[in-house]
Design a protein around this ligand. Sequence first.
Ligand code: 13P
Length: 252
Amino acid sequence: MKKLIVGNWKMNGSLASNAELLGAVLRQLGAGPWGSDVAVCASAPYLAQLQSLLQGSGVAWGAQDVSAHESGAYTGEVSAAMLKDFGCRYAIVGHSERRQYHHEHGELVAAKARRALDMGITPIVCVGETLAEREAGYTEVVVKRQLAAVVHLLGHCSSEIVVAYEPVWAIGTGLTATPEQAQAVHAVLRAQLRVATTHADRNRILYGGSMTPANAAELLRQPDIDGGLIGGASLKAEDFVQIVNASAPVTV
Ligand code: 13P
């Protein structure tokens, strides 16, 4: 399975800096196809810019959230149909920053994933434990509960999602899960997907949390780590491209 490297720019960027960053990323990546699939996820106002700058480049793009509602009186929300209108490929759902600051819960995250899938957009479903949960020995319980809400709603369509394991304590902190810690959780998530769908071999499970050019290769070498969801390092073209290169088998 081809690895998938996704940049999550979070609430960063401007028309000028996005153009500069993407220009540098495309230049440094060189002509595709690359050994891995590559995408970037920007804030909603910039998605049209991504659509135009990335057209024909081989780099896909996505949103950082999507509404759980189809349409109507939901001020401030962006629907899956609107994203699809622009050719959006991915939508991150249930990022820990949304769970933490916007009180998103399992059923809501699942409904968002469903809306995305209904429009042919691949949801990137984030799961992950806090430091307190890890220290209390609840890591497996927490991530399984978070994923269960989604697979319960999606059923056999669960094979169409991307899952991202992002330990909350590793996000933006410079603390990365060790390859062994990450692999152990990924294996649990893989087993859970196998129960939910007969096509779990299609699911890509990404690791996210302080992934950098220095630790990417080792993490991405783990059997159940199928790519990365990159925050801080995706804002630096050189770092992001180095992670993409670390993810792909070198072909001569
Ligand atoms: P960092 O790579 O900045 O730790 O962020 C990870 C993340 O939250 C990606 O969604």
